[in-house]
Design a protein around this ligand. Structure first.
Ligand code: PMP
Ligand code: GLN
Length: 413
């Protein structure tokens, strides 16, 4: 294996999806995906396309994005960023947000460039940076305390430490808001600190906003591209999988100024070239439905967070009542919970993993029948200990499965 790929260990997703297949836990709160159907109009759009009379929708479409989809993405985002997005030069449709991140990182990071990454981080960032020949520089969000009923807002960056990471070699900073796994929604003030440093040091910002529609009151999603002087240096990433609850469709996108977009296009045109036409057409039609009711509370962009809020509260309560100390997320669909108070109830000696959270989540899946993700996967080697006391649970699940989680945790306790 080329050295830049490290030891080539299985990613946490490969390992835990296999674990779910092998142990068949009664509830899988591991990988983030809904276990119930997307809105009817979304699935119907795909069925209509498959059964419809336009044979060209089964063939290749424009490489940088199906025209009907990029036009709708422009209609959705232009008002949100306060600028008319050029559908054909400032938007790229990708194979999930994954490929948007990949094309942005491979397209902009050169050998020896440094990239600032906020921990915990979506695990593939590290790999992609090293793949590009770049050097990741990590800075952890840290909880202000370990008290009960803490919210994700209390996980913060040390501003001085952040400032100290910027050097002459810094090319890019990767931001993820709303944040996976903590659910932190960065406030305007927090984003201003980041933006000021990016401007001062002439650094690009890659903003992963796949959870943009899952934000709980009183928090508001602020797009860093809308801050003064940031449009020209920001690449923003979104996901149809998250926006419409269809993670298996693997359609994502990036938007940014055309001069920055060119680098993403160069990568995309030579390794993916074009994304599936039927799913792009279906995402385009789904956006048209939502745009037609964008001012109504029925619009899925708002109803999704309303639907998720009681699920979040139920899972937080269940975890709290059963010995965990969860951080209440302000966005996204994961809860990170400290499990250490349960430490003497569970014997981890049969598990051989290096990190405690891997041992805990594996043993817990076998004993309690509930699968969670070990957050140390979201830290660099030198900071993995910061994730070891936690487990990440996904709550975009049917109410009956959240109720089953409660029952299983009570029985296990
Ligand atoms: N970024 C983050 C923070 C994620 O949690 C995920 C997983 N959905 C992705 C990117 C990748 O998204 P997609 O499934 O659209 O590739
Ligand atoms: N984004 C999802 C999560 O964090 C899925 C990631 C994946 O399957 N690679 O769980």
């Amino acid at each position: 294996l080329p050295a830049r790929y490290g030891a080539g260990e299985k990613s946490v997703w490969v390992e835990y999806i296999q674990l779910a297949a092998d142990y068949k836990p009664a509830v899988n709160l591991g990988q983030g995906f809904p276990d119930y159907h997307a809105p009817k109009h979304v699935t119907k759009a795909l069925a209509d396309i498959a059964n419809g009379d336009n044979p060209l929708l089964m063939q290749y479409t424009r490489g940088f994005g199906h025209p009907r989809l990029v036009q709708n993405l422009s209609k959705v985002y232009s008002p949100l960023i306060g600028k008319e997005l050029d559908a054909f030069n400032e938007i790229l449709v990708t194979a999930g947000a994954y490929e948007a991140l990949y094309s942005a990182i491979l397209g902009h990071v050169d050998n020896g460039d440094e990239v600032i990454v906020i921990e915990p981080f979506f695990d593939c960032y590290d790999f992609m940076i090293r793949c590009a020949g770049g050097i990741p520089k990590f800075i952890p969000l840290k909880p202000k305390s370990n008290k009960e009923n803490m919210t994700s807002a209390e996980w913060v960056l040390d501003e001085k430490e952040l400032a100290s990471l910027f050097t002459k070699r810094t090319k890019m900073l990767i931001l993820n808001t709303p944040h996976n796994p903590l659910g932190k929604v960065f406030t305007r003030e927090e984003l201003e600190v980041i933006a000021d440093l990016c401007k001062k040091h002439d650094v690009l910002c890659l903003s992963d906003e796949v959870y943009e529609w899952m934000v709980y009151e009183p928090y508001k999603h602020v797009r860093i591209a809308t801050l003064p002087g940031m449009w020209e240096r920001t690449i923003t990433v979104g996901s149809a999988g998250k926006t419409f609850s269809v993670t298996g469709w693997k359609i994502g996108w990036a938007y940014c100024p055309s001069n920055l977009m060119r680098n993403l296009q160069v990568v995309h045109q030579n390794c993916v070239y074009t994304c599936p036409t039927p799913t792009q057409e279906a995402v385009a039609r789904s956006f048209e439905v939502e745009l037609s009711r964008i001012d109504s509370p029925e619009c899925y962009f708002y109803s999704l967070a309303r639907e998720l809020l009681p699920k979040r509260d139920y899972l937080v309560k269940t975890l709290k009542e059963n010995g965990f100390n969860p951080t209440i997320p302000d966005g996204g669909y994961f809860v990170v919970a400290d499990w250490t108070k349960l430490g003497d109830k569970i014997d981890l000696s049969s598990e051989t993993d290096k990190y405690k959270d891997y041992r805990f989540t594996k043993k817990f899946a076998k004993e309690a029948g509930v699968l969670a993700i070990p957050p140390s996967a979201f830290y660099s080697e030198e900071h993995k200990h910061l994730g070891e006391n936690f487990a990440r649970f996904c709550f975009i699940k049917k109410d009956e499965n959240l109720a089953l989680t409660e029952k299983l945790l009570k029985e296990w306790n």
